[in-house]
Design a protein around this ligand. Structure first.
Ligand code: GCV
Length: 549
């Protein structure tokens, strides 16, 4: 397998080699002790050993079976008083032990230990003094997710970094080790869920919930030790395709029973599956509208099948008329999601979540925030961002999206007075929600550097860090990423940070300035084209002319 020099992305601990801090760590750290033998604890042990060896240049670290006074790093569930910690939160704290420093990583859960371990390694990558480390962190968002738009044949819808890292010619790829490397990268950011197939579920991917459950199980086994749950994108019309039912009507008892039985079969194989993700009645996908039902009927039917297993049903709000006449000024795509879903507020079951794209149109270079945020008061909701650069230069152009996401997250909806920002809604702090969080369409593929354009790795990193803590500043995230990826050279840091931080606005200026969307070439969405989408059926009109914007 070809592995680029930048294959390791931000887990490139050896970059610390020449740094004076690395020498200090080398003297200070020589042993680890990880208590617990669950699959995630085993990962903690591996990551700690590997990270510290690479960072310090030492071949190996002594592994203590029990914590000792001289153990350099101890990681254990509930080792410290965990007051104030959520299940996935952690404490990383240094204390003096004789003339040495001892670092303890503690959490109520194994998953929290893993996140604490990576947080500790991040501190070391930044060159921080060991004795100063004292962190208590909880994730701000419960669901920190990624969506893959990978197809079973190995292609990726809107993928710009090569073919799928999961599938090839309707099978799993041979290189499962790479999937494990991917799981490490995600776990290091605190990502806890991924949807493993395209929301446009074609004929073959529909079989993932039936005869190809074996491959889902294999993937779940790879991601589990990294604390990552799998979600499956499902075809709403599965009962028709897989069982020959004549309808997929959500109120039909046979359809309901089929989903109950089929979901049970899925959970028999993968008991910790996160749940299902659905794109329905959108861009020619089947959905409840065909049967005169609404989206709460459709989503709740699936939610009820998942409920006994603790599963979650995620239902996308990207629903609009994609067969519009451009002369029709009445049908307004920008209102579509709002018009479909706002009237249903409060009608979704407690294990159903609505997934809302950040803007009312479709991942444009700049868009206002979707009006559903702030209006849906009684519905679980997550934000959907797009890391893959469909409309933002397709990973051939530099377009660092963290500044865009910060604007979205900090947008004040005033739903409950000033301060009702999108990030607080997502964290479940404004409205009562049983589930909340954030997801994004990922930008990775089989290219040696994962993302085509190496600097596009920063978008994945930045997304993960914001999903964990949206209050981090763009500058802080950028500095972290540059140092973790390229090391501590001040000139590199300054130059690359500046390039990244300015790139979104620059991209906007040379492609779609003045807040006008859709000025791109139809279909592939690459390259500016002023009237590219103006007279098409997609409802994508900017209607800017010599008289008005
Ligand atoms: C997965 C846009 C993209 C489609 C994508 C769709 C969606 O229309 O161009 O490729 O389909 O959004 O989010 O469902």
């Amino acid at each position: 397998m070809v592995r680029n020099v930048d294959y390791k992305c931000w887990l490139n601990f050896a970059q610390m080699g020449g740094h004076p801090a690395a020498k200090r760590y080398r003297d200070q750290l020589d042993s680890i002790c990880v208590l617990g033998d669950g699959p995630i604890s085993r990962t903690v042990k591996e990551e700690l050993g590997r990270g510290l060896s690479e960072l310090t240049g030492k071949d190996s670290f002594a592994v203590h079976a029990e914590p000792q006074a001289e153990t350099s790093v101890i990681a254990a569930v509930d080792y410290l008083e965990n007051g104030g910690l959520l299940d996935e939160g952690y404490i990383v704290r240094a204390a003096k032990a004789g003339d040495k420093v001892q670092v303890v990583i503690s959490s109520p859960s194994e998953r929290g230990l893993l996140y604490g371990t990576f947080a500790f390694l991040r501190q070391l990558q930044a060159g921080r003094g060991l004795e100063k480390i004292d962190i208590l962190e909880n994730p701000k968002n419960e669901l920190r997710m990624l969506n893959h738009w990978d197809n079973f044949d190995g292609s990726i819808e809107r993928g710009y970094a090569g073919r799928s890292i999961f599938y090839n010619r309707n099978e799993l790829v041979d290189d499962l080790g790479r999937i494990q490397d991917y799981a490490r990268l995600l776990a290091s950011l605190g990502i806890n869920s991924i949807a493993i197939n395209n929301v446009n579920v074609h004929y073959l991917e529909t079989t993932f919930i039936e005869e190809r459950l074996d491959l889902v199980k294999t993937l779940a086994d790879i991601f589990r030790p990294y604390g990552i749950k799998l979600f499956l994108s499902i075809n709403y019309a599965s009962p028709m395709q897989l069982a020959g039912l004549e309808t997929a009507d959500p109120l039909d008892p046979d359809v309901q029973q089929w989903w109950i039985d089929q979901t049970a079969k899925v959970y028999e194989q993968i008991p910790d599956l996160g749940g299902f993700l659905v794109k329905a009645d959108s861009e020619n996908r089947p959905g409840p509208f065909t049967y005169g039902r609404n989206h709460a009927d459709g989503a709740n039917m699936l939610g009820r099948a998942l409920k006994p297993f603790g599963g979650i049903l995620i239902w996308r709000c990207f629903v609009y008329d994609c067969q519009q006449d451009w002369r029709d000024y009445e049908t307004d795509r920008a209102r579509a999601a709002y018009d479909h879903f706002y009237p249903l507020d409060g009608e979704f079951d407690d294990n159903v979540i609505l997934q809302i794209k950040n803007g009312p149109m479709d991942f444009q270079v700049r868009e206002p925030v979707s009006p559903l945020f702030g209006k849906l008061e009684r519905t679980n909701q997550i934000l959907e961002l797009q890391i893959t650069q469909e409309y933002t230069g397709q990973q051939r152009h530099l377009c660092y999206l963290v500044p865009q996401w910060k604007e979205i997250l900090e947008f004040d909806t005033f739903a409950k007075g000033p301060g009702s920002t999108v990030d607080k809604i997502l964290a479940g702090a404004i409205f009562e929600q049983s589930h909340s969080g954030i997801t994004a369409v990922v930008n990775v593929g089989r290219d040696g550097n994962w993302t085509g354009h190496t600097l596009a790795q920063a978008n994945l990193y930045g997304y993960g860090r914001l999903a964990w803590d949206p209050s981090l500043s763009a500058e802080q995230i950028t500095d972290e990423w540059v140092v973790a990826t390229f090391g501590h050279n001040e000139k590199v840091k300054h130059t690359v940070s500046k390039m990244l931080l300015r790139s979104w606005e620059i991209y906007e200026n040379y492609t779609t300035p003045l807040g006008i969307g859709w000025m791109c070439n139809p279909g592939h969405h690459y390259g500016p084209s002023v009237d590219g989408y103006e007279y098409s059926k997609w409802g994508t009109y900017h209607r800017a002319d010599h008289q008005a914007l």
